[in-house]
Design a protein around this ligand. Structure first.
Ligand code: NAP
Length: 315
């Protein structure tokens, strides 16, 4: 469609590609930097970007697209996009909140259960033939009824807490201010105090510079040797060096991690550890949710091209 030039950054499912190609003049590139290699006459026409992935998209990319008015992110976390630089140029940014809350919260709880009930080891025990040879799997630890803490009681954090409450857990949380929660939940003004008072710590913060290392060495130390840390947010929110040390030296009991620094080439020290469950950043990775995320991204694009208000604006 003439005039509706759209760049799709990243790798899309066929159902998303087809929908975008039928509505727009689509230019597909694998990552943010590949935008700079598009011919100047194409870049001059582009009014919107469907952004997917984690490669940074900043000033120099925006400068190369003089007609750009919208960056529609596929995902709720938009830390790869320089939103301040976009706002300065009157470029709108949108994301895909809420439609993925259930999946990410499900995975957070699954990571805790997998870690504390040794689900990966149990599966290996059966498949390897150890069961008939060695008998019972060594005992694991009870998951229900313990004390759970959420760092960042936002949309996903709240869904995690609601699930943990159904596991008869005592709920604690840290946010920048107290939230409207059931009366039995305990607010902590600082994350060290939160970690000290719980057995399991779930990280559900936004990523980006402002929260880099928020779960600090002190927080990890406060969680202590019987504690389990679950991270479904971004690798950057945790002091990863301190986490690795704690896992290697018994500073905490274990971890369940869906996100890391430098994905997918994560620190190889993680691979040596048997007290951590590792997942390949698949928190929202179900067919249902990915379809809903693609739809919401396109709904924002459609609103922009129609000159209407975005459904889920970021800036
Ligand atoms: P949200 O509703 O915006 O909640 C974000 C939380 O981060 C809030 O609790 C907020 O604190 C806190 N926060 C924001 N800025 C902060 C700052 N400067 N200092 C301290 N705390 C700050 O976001 P959401 O929808 O729950 O998503 C959370 C994150 O999950 C996303 O940003 C994304 O990185 C990650 N995620 C991961 C996956 C995956 O596949 N693993 C999938 C989806 C999302 P307040 O409570 O004080 O406002």
């Amino acid at each position: 469609m003439a005039g509706n030039h759209l760049i799709a950054i990243g790798s899309y499912f066929e159902w998303d590609r087809e929908a975008m190609a039928s509505g727009y003049t689509l230019h597909e590139v694998p990552n943010a930097d590949a935008v700079l290699d598009l011919p100047a006459d194409v870049r001059a026409e582009v009014r919107a970007i469907a952004f997917k992935g984690h490669t940074p998209f900043g000033e120099r990319h925006m400068e190369s697209l003089p007609a750009l008015g919208l960056i529609a992110n596929y995902g709720v976390g938009f830390d790869a996009i320089d939103v301040a630089a976009a706002s300065e140029r009157n470029i709108q940014v949108s994301n895909t909140p809420d439609v993925l809350n259930d999946d990410v919260a499900d995975l957070a709880v699954a990571l805790l259960l997998a870690q504390s009930r040794k689900l990966i080891e149990g599966s290996t025990w059966v498949r390897s033939g150890d069961w008939p040879k060695k008998g019972e799997l060594p005992l694991n630890r009870k998951a229900s009824g313990r004390r759970a803490g959420i760092v960042g009681l936002g949309r996903i954090g709240r869904e995690i807490a609601d699930r943990l409450a159904a596991f008869k857990m005592e709920i604690h949380y840290h946010s920048r201010s107290p939230k409207d929660t059931p009366r039995s939940w305990t607010f902590h003004a600082d994350p060290v105090s939160l970690a000290r008072d719980v057995d399991y710590l779930f990280v559900a913060l936004v990523g980006g510079k402002e929260t880099a290392g928020y779960v600090s060495r002190q927080v990890i130390e406060a969680l202590g040797p019987d504690g389990i840390l679950i991270n479904i947010s971004r690798g950057s929110t945790i002091d990863e060096a301190a986490l690795l040390e704690a896992l290697e030296n018994g500073g905490i009991r274990g971890a369940g991690l869906d996100v890391f620094n430098n994905e997918p080439n994560i620190d190889p020290r993680f691979l040596e550890l048997d007290n951590v469950v590792l997942q390949p950043h698949q928190g929202s990775g179900t067919i249902e949710t990915r379809k809903a995320m693609g739809q919401l991204q396109r709904d924002n694009l459609a609103a922009f091209f129609a000159g209407e208000k975005l459904l889920t604006p970021v800036n």
